[in-house]
Design a protein around this ligand. Structure first.
Ligand SMILES: C[S@@+](CC[C@H](N)C(=O)[O-])C[C@H]1O[C@@H](n2cnc3c(N)ncnc32)[C@H](O)[C@@H]1O
Length: 186
């Protein structure tokens, strides 16, 4: 697992360390992510690892309620300016998970920072908190990088190991993989 100190230092060196607000690659990926949502409207979404809120800003347009979180406090200030309709929590998954039912969970560029055990626990928490028929969106960079515990394809394969997820969308490019999975009934 990538330690919190790593992300604290990153945000101390730059308010938007991945340049998420400016890179065409990221902005297109956010647009594709929301365009892949099968439903016009969602009731309640959770987006852990929201960083500076670029995707959060798009999600609030499609959801009655969005709860978003990050391990680090600093990006949440910018995220709250971008998406004032969302509710923000400082905390790390899998431990910090909002109470209550969800019909959408968005894991964007997050799973590979977690240990194998935390990835499994996060995926399970998503499954448990989603209503039957609720959607899990996963989108991850496919190439290995130093801080990552695994690559994006591996993280997505771990989700799909549980056959109760129904794959609704599978979009694969050389650089990233985007999937929407529907939670089946127990
Ligand atoms: C690469 S950024 C991705 C930001 C955004 N989700 C996106 O797709 O552009 C990863 C973010 O996850 C946060 N993060 C890392 N581990 C986390 C955890 N266990 N729980 C919540 N957020 C975490 C980091 O602080 C960072 O802001």
């Amino acid at each position: 697992m990538t330690e919190r100190a790593y992300f604290d230092e990153l945000y101390a060196s730059s308010p938007d360390p991945w340049d998420l607000a400016a890179r065409a690659y990221e902005l297109r990926k956010y647009d594709l992510t929301v365009a892949s949502l099968p439903r016009a409207r969602y009731r309640r979404a959770f987006e852990p690892g929201c960083s500076v809120g670029l995707l959060t800003r798009l999600l609030v347009e499609r959801c009655d309620e969005v709860v978003a979180s990050d391990l680090v406090a600093a990006p949440l200030v910018l995220a709250a300016e971008r998406a004032p309709a969302a509710t923000f929590r400082r905390g790390g998954v899998p431990d910090d998970w909002p109470p209550g039912r969800l019909d959408l969970v968005v894991l964007s560029e997050l799973l590979y920072y977690l240990s194998a055990a935390d990835r499994a626990a996060t995926i399970e928490r998503a499954r448990e908190s989603l209503d039957p028929g609720g959607h899990l969106v996963a989108v991850h960079w496919r190439h290995p990088f130093v801080e990552a515990a695994c690559d994006g394809d591996t993280a997505h394969a771990e989700i799909r190991r549980d056959p109760t997820w129904r794959v609704l969308v599978e979009h694969v490019e050389p650089d990233f993989r985007l999937e929407v999975l529907e939670r089946g009934a127990d």
